[in-house]
Design a protein around this ligand. Sequence first.
Ligand SMILES: [Zn+2]
Length: 203
Amino acid sequence: MGQLSLVVDPNALHQDTLQTLVDTFNSLPRAMKFLNMQGSPLSGAITITDNLARPAVSDGNRKAFASGGYRAFDQKKGGMAIVFNSNPPDNKPLLNTLIHEIGHIKWPGLGNDSEKHDPLFYALLNNALQKLGVSVDPQQDLQGQSIENVKIPQKAIDDPLSYIINNNRSELVPGIDSAQAAGDRWGGKCIIRWLHNDRDSIR
Ligand SMILES: [Zn+2]
């Protein structure tokens, strides 16, 4: 239990771009460590797509993109997915956006605000990016937030890539979303339903 993987939607609009992104992420020396969710009920494939027409994109994410200006969303309802904007509003590297969104899956509850997230999110993200060997842009990655005085749990200081938050996940029960599994297999192997949270996180 507990190992995530990234699978590109075969019907993504920019499939080659997203596959290169996933390959680039997977080639980072500690990528698998960051995808390990030891101690969490979450495991299986996260679908990476930029095709909003796909049935497995949650209604919340589809609506959110319609309002414009977003880079990507992780899903907190329906199948696990990270949905990219195929026309991103800036030149933030897709790799950084991907790591940010995986961060939302690992550290839930720190970022449902579209403007900015809990400073702890940025502190955790900063440390994770550095451990992954990815450069951090204070504006694009940290929203200009000062992270120097953020109190970080000791576990996250000791091992930034393995740190997960389970607090908000006590109600989560992994299971098959039958409608999606039947209607659209997505190329994913495992679909996990988020039972308690209809919101999608932003950026
Ligand atoms: Zn975010």
